[in-house]
Design a protein around this ligand. Structure first.
Ligand code: ATP
Length: 453
């Protein structure tokens, strides 16, 4: 692998131009589209085996990351956003080979890092640094922060102690601490200060890429904002690319040039931050935002998933992984119900499937058997549905619930309302100007793409 770090004149000891702005939002055009791809992730897969017994026989796999592709250009901030468990951290750790990918390809500065080892892997790690969520994890309590920040320099062969000291004090001042702090210990600093020191430590080897995994989520509001502004300022000063992990859309909005939205191990939508957040195309992105943006804030349409249960990544739903929660689930071609009724019936089906049973109809909750009226009322189901097949399926399912046979209820609904979203796996659709993994953007599927005001 070629080491370009010496080509670059952004050693921490060099004074860069301080005339930068701390809020990323105003300066997104700073990364030209044709700039160099620094990190290329292609079809990345990281599965964790689930084992049983003394012989640790493999009985399944957690598909934490399952076919993820993105790239980050020089100096660009790319964010991964999604609910807890969607695979953001595993993607970030895999990109650094701190977690071993089980498939796919990762290139850094044009070279594959998949089979690096020994000195080559160390050289790569020098250029790609990690900042973790909890700054307490980042420090050995027995080392002063001066020693902690200098440690990577010594490990990578800088023997000159005076030079190390000069770089460390310079960096500490840049992150808002004082040169006098070098002899103090981690416990003497607040959480926000420790995260600043962790950032100084990540910068000390003059990296090209920083992977920041929820770097501010352990901090309070104001401190969070200051640390974020610092990270943003430094990445611009030193022209560092950042892979930024967060479940907080507002943080990502402020910091990232482009984002990828993750759900159950996949990126379902990616593109420039403003475009994705102002015109979210994937139904999952809309549920993450909680509403569809509108020019008139009083006209915002609230968007909620059909069910709250995130499926198990060791057994993800077939077809589109979001289909069990998707408010835009595509009805069968021959079914023509109004949108609200269709959503009610789909929510009925997937609530039963997820075992999210409301207390009123839990089979073992009450002393009296549940009756049909209660089931219909609980799920908001009308007594008559203007589609014969769906009406019969819902009737059968309601009867089965009254008998306490949930298995039959689930089967009847699955038969009555099949959907392409469950049957086939979406590719990144072509009816949208950016990659969106949803059947609604597949021209061969009979369904309207989503629009926004
Ligand atoms: N070492 C591991 N062994 C088995 N399963 C794992 C391991 N690490 C992560 N997982 C599982 O992989 C899935 C993705 O986890 P990951 O931490 O990457 O998600 P995340 O989006 O970063 O969530 P969070 O925001 O909660 O950290 C989860 O189901 C998690 O339980």
């Amino acid at each position: 692998m070629t080491d370009h770090s010496t080509d670059r004149s952004r050693s921490p000891a060099v004074q860069p131009d301080h005339d930068t702005q701390s809020d990323a939002a105003g300066d997104r055009a700073a990364v030209p589209d044709d700039s160099h791809p620094l990190l290329e992730v292609e079809n990345l897969e990281t599965h964790f085996p689930i084992t049983r017994g003394l012989l640790r026989r493999e009985v399944g796999r957690v598909r934490a990351v399952d076919g993820v592709s993105f790239e980050i250009r020089d100096g660009e901030a790319f964010g991964l956003v999604g609910e807890s468990g969607s695979g953001k951290t595993t993607t970030a750790l895999s990109a650094l080979r701190l977690e071993e990918p089980t498939g796919g390809e990762i290139r850094f500065d044009g070279d594959s890092i998949m089979s690096l080892s020994g000195a080559d892997l160390r050289a790569f790690r020098r250029r790609a640094q990690l900042v973790v969520q909890d700054p307490n994890e980042a420090f050995n309590p027995r080392l002063t922060i001066g020693q902690a920040v200098a440690e990577p320099l010594a490990l990578h062969g800088m023997d000159d102690a005076d030079r190390r000291q000069a770089i460390v004090t310079d960096l500490l001042e840049r992150v808002g601490l004082s040169a006098d702090d070098v002899d103090r210990y981690p416990h003497e600093f607040s959480g926000g200060e420790k995260q600043r020191i962790a950032i100084a430590r990540a910068l000390v080897l003059n990296p090209d890429l920083i992977v920041a995994d929820e770097p501010t989520s352990a901090l309070d509001g104001r401190v969070q904002s200051d640390v974020l502004a610092l990270l943003d300022e430094l990445r611009r000063e030193f022209d560092i690319a950042v892979l930024f992990i967060s479940h907080d859309i507002d943080v990502v909005r402020r910091f990232c040039d482009r984002i990828g939205v993750m759900y159950l191990g996949e990126i379902v939508e990616q593109g420039p931050t403003d475009e994705v957040l102002e015109a979210p195309a994937h139904p999952y992105t809309r549920t993450l935002l909680g509403s569809v943006p509108s020019l008139d804030p009083s006209d915002r349409e609230l968007v909620r998933p059909l069910t709250d249960t995130i499926p198990d990544p060791s057994d993800p739903p077939s077809g589109c992984r979001f289909h069990t929660r998707c408010p835009e689930l595509i009805p069968p071609e021959d079914v023509d119900l109004d949108r609200e009724l269709w959503q009610t019936i789909a929510a009925f089906r997937f609530t039963l499937q997820a075992d999210e049973l409301p207390a009123a109809i839990e089979p073992d909750a009450g002393t009296t058997a549940v009756d049909e009226a209660t089931v219909r009322e609980t799920f908001g189901l009308p007594s008559d549905i203007p589609d014969e097949r769906v009406d019969r399926g819902v009737d059968d399912a309601v009867d089965a619930i009254v008998r306490g046979d949930l298995e039959v209820a689930r089967d009847r609904l699955a038969e009555a309302i099949p959907t392409v979203c469950e049957r086939s796996t979406p590719s990144d659709g072509t009816d949208c100007e950016r990659p969106v993994r949803c059947h609604r953007y597949d021209p061969s599927v009979d369904a309207e793409p989503l629009s926004w005001p």
